[in-house]
Write a protein that binds this ligand. Structure first.
Ligand SMILES: Cc1cc2nc3c(=O)[nH]c(=O)nc-3n(C[C@H](O)[C@H](O)[C@H](O)COP(=O)(O)OP(=O)(O)OC[C@H]3O[C@@H](n4cnc5c(N)ncnc54)[C@H](O)[C@@H]3O)c2cc1C
Length: 534
């Protein structure tokens, strides 16, 4: 089993993070009014476990006594996800919900037995993959149950089978993405799924949240890759996905994908895989203004010639990227862009994967004549090199007292500008002096996702409340213009906004499926389905 918990006890992405460079800190102080003083982190309180002796004995009989853990560190390590508020809570701000126990089953059969045992002993179950949820998906909420456990799927870490002819691999749910890729590599195959949380998130977590990776324009979103699922529920096992396509009624597989642990526990996923690309070619470009850049990306999407990775930063994100990079090369780049008459530079990173360099180069040619200023491969490669660094930078920002969080949505092309303005306005109104950056990270023929990153000076008095007010304002602004989540999922944070998006009948359908599969309501209370309607 890969040990993924600690780092250390998860008030950060990795155990150690380098400090913020001095020029970056100075820039932040100027832009956000960040003060010198910082609030020292406090150790969160871990209450005594409420798991009854009878439940503990019954669970130990299923998974073995060593895999029912009630010690402080095991429980604290699985207390919540990786949102800004989760990290604040683990630094001692606000109340932290800590599971009463951590249970680690080794097989799909053990998962099913654990669920039955929990239903008998009135124990809530929070399925726990990589614990990277940023929407409260793994918050240890017990609902009306006597206790709550984190069901850590880390021991479900096998490549079950590979069908190279059909290009389908069956992967167990607890496999972290890098480990899944390591197991697929000898077969010359890859999922092509690389979200920014790649280093920690799991196959089951991707399926449970409808994840979208950075190369989604080429490989598709995770739900596009899922050929089949194996789900353990308190009433028995459910397997879905008999063929690559089917007209056998509504696609129930899609009901499981995105079910966020409230309908069952995904134990295995049959994933469409592709040959590993021999070549990955990344290039950087600049376009004058986000509106123009959006037009370019739309044209590529509608001509169906998108690069596998397509990422367009707005003016603010570009300014921040250049300001934080600093140095003579950046100064030279800015001078060059001014000389080219680019008034509002927006960075566009495109990445093409191919079997040969010639193929990648041929695909890259489609952007010629699109009015882009090419900056060459070094900038594209620099992005690729640092593409998993966001969480580490966040740790460094948290350490110096910054409120730093992201949120995302998606809409049709005709509404991209309106939605971006509405969310920006809501965040600035709520936070005052702040930096709001945005990029398009996933593009479709009919629209695109918008991903926002916010930086503000942390309110030392009520840091959790400060962000919750801003997030609520952004969610209200999204309503009617876009989706409440393009890929982060619903969790607790977006549940209050779900009914406005899918309607009362939509919520009732989810609630009735839950009653069928989980009649006593042990699975992930308080997530996905709005409070009081589950
Ligand atoms: C820094 C950072 C960057 C991120 N970047 C991206 C990104 O680029 N794209 C993206 O899509 N997301 C991103 N996310 C969000 C997160 O990584 C995804 O939601 C991911 O899919 C969660 O996987 P996980 O294994 O960590 O799941 P967890 O966080 O453990 O769980 C997520 C939800 O799924 C449920 N769940 C987990 N495993 C199972 C299972 N086997 N069966 C049933 N339910 C289960 C949990 O109960 C919870 O509700 C990012 C998060 C962070 C912190």
């Amino acid at each position: 089993m890969t040990e993924r918990i600690d780092h250390t006890l998860r008030d950060r992405w990795t155990p150690t993070t380098g400090p913020l460079p001095a020029h970056a800190l100075a820039w932040l102080r100027r832009r956000t009014g960040l003060a010198e003083a910082r609030t020292p982190a406090r150790t969160p309180e871990v209450p005594a476990s409420a798991l009854s002796d009878a439940a503990r004995t019954a669970l130990a009989a299923v998974v073995g006594p060593g895999f029912v853990r009630v010690d402080r560190d095991s429980r604290l390590g699985r207390a919540g996800g990786m949102s800004y508020v989760d990290l604040l809570r683990r630094r001692g701000e606000g109340g932290l919900a800590v599971p009463d126990a951590v249970v680690l089953p080794a097989t799909p059969e053990q998962v099913a037995d654990v669920l039955r045992t929990c239903a008998e002993h009135d124990v809530a179950v929070v399925p726990f993959g990589g614990g990277t949820s940023v929407v409260g998906g793994v918050a240890a909420l017990r609902g009306d149950k006597a206790a709550v456990l984190a069901l850590d799927l880390a021991r479900l870490d096998r490549l079950v089978s590979v069908d190279p002819v059909s290009r389908v691999a069956v992967l167990q749910a607890g496999l972290p993405a890098p480990e899944a890729e390591r197991l697929l590599a000898p077969h010359g195959l890859t999922t092509g799924h690389v979200p920014q949380s790649y280093e920690r998130a799991t196959i089951g977590g991707f399926a449970a949240t409808r994840s979208a990776g950075q190369a989604s324009s080429g490989y598709g979103r995770f739900e596009d890759m899922v050929e089949g699922v194996r789900l353990a529920t308190p009433v028995g096992e459910w397997r879905l996905g008999a063929a690559p396509a089917s007209a056998a009624g509504p696609d129930l597989k899609q009901l499981v994908i995105g079910s966020e642990g409230v309908l069952g526990v995904i134990t295995e996923v049959a994933v469409r895989v592709r040959p590993r690309p021999a070549v990955e070619r990344y290039e950087g470009f600049v376009v004058d203004g986000f509106a123009r850049g959006t037009e370019v990306v739309r044209a590529l999407a509608q001509r169906r010639v998108l690069a596998d990775v397509t990422r367009l930063s707005d003016e603010d994100e570009t300014e921040v990227t250049l300001a934080l990079a600093g140095g003579w090369k950046t100064a030279a780049l800015k001078a060059y862009l001014r000389a080219r008459g680019i008034a509002r530079p927006c960075l566009l990173v495109l990445g093409w994967h191919g079997a040969t360099e010639a193929e990648a180069r041929r695909r890259a040619r489609v952007v010629r004549g699109a009015g882009l200023v090419p900056l060459g491969r070094a900038l594209g490669e620099a992005w690729r090199h640092g593409r998993f660094n966001g969480p580490r930078q966040r740790d460094a920002l948290l350490d110096v007292g910054v409120c730093v969080e992201t949120l995302e949505t998606a809409t049709h092309w005709s509404r991209v500008a309106e939605l971006r303005s509405a969310v920006r306005r809501a965040l600035v109104d709520a936070l005052g002096d702040c930096v709001v950056m945005c990029h398009i990270s996933h593009a479709y023929e009919t629209g695109a996702s918008l991903y926002f990153t916010v930086l503000a000076a942390r309110d030392a008095g009520d840091p959790v409340g400060q962000w919750q007010v801003a997030k609520a304002a952004a969610c209200e602004a999204i309503g009617g213009l876009g989706t409440i989540s393009h890929h982060h999922a619903v969790g607790t944070d977006h549940a209050p906004y779900l009914e406005a998006e899918i309607g009362g009948p939509g919520v009732a359908v989810l609630a009735s499926v839950k009653r069928t599969l989980d009649p006593t309501g042990v699975l992930n209370p308080g997530k996905l389905i709005p409070r009081g309607l589950a």
